[in-house]
Design a protein around this ligand. Structure first.
Ligand code: NAD
Length: 460
């Protein structure tokens, strides 16, 4: 079944249909039309899967993807244009250019937390670059997966785009097929398997993984800082790869920051967030249990809850929770939390904060709140991360001009905007040289004499 699908797309690619700019434009326009026409149904599926409020679903999934598609449509012509490349004297007369080529049939594997955005934003890049794509949405967001599997074939060229639904077994079958690019968003363990599959071909792989994104609070208006942190952390109930995982706060600001975080949670979700229409759900019981166990372990180890802490597995509800003093060997301190639990870690100074942030693998993003350019510069110089944001958390990824991706354990490769187009393209050089004059004869054997000297001069 998966083999037949890949074969169909391979034939589609070989037919050359995906190469013309017009085809790419038509596909992108159809993708935008699908998102606009079915916005309400898509938001409904996202609400069933993750309890996403409709405005949040629009901002982080549907509208976000539309923004990427619009950006690609506006820039497609420029991105696909050949680029001239300068030629050194030793090769003159000659000319050269690179022209972006599609890679072929690509595989896109998406996770459950932003099940629409993380499937369709890579697709946007793949189509803009003229590829065929097999998409596998996450089985843990079944309503979104089923709806996209129904809608996409109605709007897009079915000889170029296919949706394969299923879980680990289906994903394994897909990895048994040959693709020309593997684009994976998800956990590090599965990412390694994807990389191994790509290595067998061999083919390029983009891995969008996770990590523990720190937010360093150094100085500034703590009310605004708390709101920005709470917004990024509690959107989608904390199930966001670039959410601030933990806060490293200078001792003198810790009590006031805790107070302001409580205030921000109250302002956003009311006294009982369980009643709020603006607060999401945990994806399933397994993840709910993981979070409840991690919280219980930290509390047993001496952590103190500053806000929240209630949860209800039956309703997949987990209250926005802020705590302090999680033991350093607890799951909350060691692993990516991926849920609405925010540990505050009190630090002495910036050096202490940087030291603690460096105890973890490089994350997708590191955040610092400060008005001091010297502090900002030290964070930029002192931390490895996929991105750095100053006085903001997570929102940087909504700028399509910025490359998005991890470094080290948080991933490999970049996408969004032009970077998606480039990720799914081969910048193929074409070099042209006239037969006359035959200047290359400077390099021909037999060696020796004046030609050696001229060649050395040309290559100096
Ligand atoms: P996951 O790795 O369990 O699943 C991701 C996808 O891989 C799903 O489609 C799944 O069906 C598939 N899959 C599962 N087992 C597989 C296998 N053996 N072979 C091939 N494919 C397989 O990840 P998840 O739980 O859905 O997502 C959570 C993780 O994703 C977190 O670590 C988070 O940080 C990360 N994440 C990263 C980004 C990013 O942009 N970098 C965005 C969101 C989530």
């Amino acid at each position: 079944m998966t083999a037949a699908t890949v074969e169909r797309l391979r034939a589609g690619f070989a037919s050359g249909r995906t190469r013309p700019l017009e085809w790419r434009r038509t596909q992108l326009q159809a993708l935008a039309r699908m998102l606009r026409t079915h916005e309400a149904e898509l938001a409904g599926a996202l609400a069933r899967d993750l309890g996403k409020p409709a405005p949040e679903a629009y901002a982080t999934e549907i509208g976000f993807t539309l923004g990427e598609v619009r950006h690609a449509l506006a820039n497609l012509k420029r991105w696909t244009r050949p680029r001239r490349v300068a030629i050194p004297l030793a090769l003159q007369p000659a000319s050269a250019r690179t022209t972006p080529q599609p890679q072929g049939v690509v595989l896109i594997l998406a996770p459950w937390n932003y099940p629409l955005q993380l499937l369709l934003v890579p697709l946007c890049g793949a189509l803009a670059a003229g590829n065929c794509a097999v998409l596998k949405p996450s089985e843990l967001a079944p309503f979104t997966s089923a709806l996209l599997a129904t809608l996409l074939p109605r709007y897009l060229d079915t000889d170029a785009v296919a949706v394969v639904e299923g879980g680990t077994r289906t994903a394994g079958e897909l990895l048994g097929q040959r693709f020309d690019h593997y684009f994976f968003t998800g956990s590090a363990g599965v990412g390694r398997q994807v990389m191994e599959a790509a290595a067998r071909v061999p083919a390029p792989a983009t891995l969008e993984l996770g990590g523990k994104c720190p937010a360093i609070v150094h100085d500034g208006d703590l009310r605004t800082i708390a709101r920005r942190i709470a917004f990024a952390k509690f959107t989608n109930a904390g199930q966001t790869c670039v959410a601030p995982d933990h806060v490293l706060v200078l001792r003198e600001h810790a009590p006031e920051l805790a107070r302001q975080l409580r205030g921000a949670i109250l302002e956003f979700f009311g006294a009982d967030p369980a009643q709020s229409r603006d607060y999401g759900k945990i994806v399933n019981e397994r993840h709910h249990r993981r979070l409840a166990d991690a919280l219980a372990e930290a509390l047993d180890g001496g952590a103190t809850v500053l806000s929240g802490g209630r949860h209800d597995a039956r309703r997949r509800y987990f209250e926005p929770t802020v705590l302090v003093d999680a033991p350093s060997d607890s799951a909350l301190a060691r692993e990516e939390i991926f849920g609405p639990v925010l540990p505050l870690v009190v630090v002495q100074d910036l050096d202490d904060a940087l030291e603690r942030a460096r105890q973890h693998q490089p994350p997708l993003a590191a955040y610092v709140f400060t008005r001091d350019p010297a502090v900002r510069a030290r964070v930029e110089a002192g931390l490895r991360a996929g991105a750095i944001a100053v006085n903001a958390c997570a929102v940087h990824l909504a700028a399509p001009g910025l490359p998005f991706g991890g470094i080290g354990a948080s991933g490999l490769g970049r996408y969004h905007g032009r970077h998606s187009f480039e990720a799914f393209s081969q910048a193929r050089p074409v070099f042209r040289k006239p037969l006359w004059p035959d200047t290359l004869r400077m390099a021909y054997p037999p060696y020796g004499g004046w030609r050696d000297r001229v060649l050395r001069w040309l290559l100096r």
